[in-house]
Write a protein that binds this ligand. Structure first.
Ligand code: ZN
Length: 143
């Protein structure tokens, strides 16, 4: 899977699972890659979130790259965002490493959302004005 981090302007390509078990080294790299770049804090990222990304990519049938807008957020960063951006929850799953805001290169945002909703797993938030889809490993819900 390939991820591009819009904030850090870095790209990461790796195999995080064999299909049977997760690769701990790859997960550690992902934790670091998806850290809070404002504070430098690293948090465990829920591997199920990666599974969701992977399945959506397969469903869309294309070899694009995910562009990450925001993944793990420290409480400080989340508070800062709450002050400047509308729609930021105070107990965001971003703070637990269970949420990611993304877009997918070469794919219409609405299509990414549609694929995510078809999975009926986790939260799917649609932010067309900001240009990303929010995905998390909480209960299935959409907004
Ligand atoms: Zn989000």
């Amino acid at each position: 899977m390939s991820l591009y981090h819009a904030w850090a302007q870095k790209e990461l390509t790796l195999t995080y699972t064999s299909g049977k078990s997760y690769n701990p080294k790859a997960l550690a790299r992902i934790n670091s890659f998806l850290r809070d770049y404002q504070t430098g804090q690293v948090h465990r990222i829920d591997p199920k979130l990666l599974d969701i990304l992977w399945v959506i990519q397969q469903e869309m049938g294309c070899k694009g790259v995910y562009s990450v807008v925001s993944a793990f957020r420290s409480p400080q960063t989340n508070r800062k965002l709450q002050r400047t951006t509308s729609g930021v929850a105070s107990h965001s799953l971003h703070m637990e490493g269970r949420a990611i805001d993304i877009k997918f290169s070469g794919v219409n945002l609405a299509q990414v959302r549609q694929c995510a909703m078809a999975l009926q797993t986790g939260g799917v938030g649609y932010y067309p004005k900001s240009g990303f889809v929010h995905l998390d490993t909480g209960d299935y819900r959409t907004w």
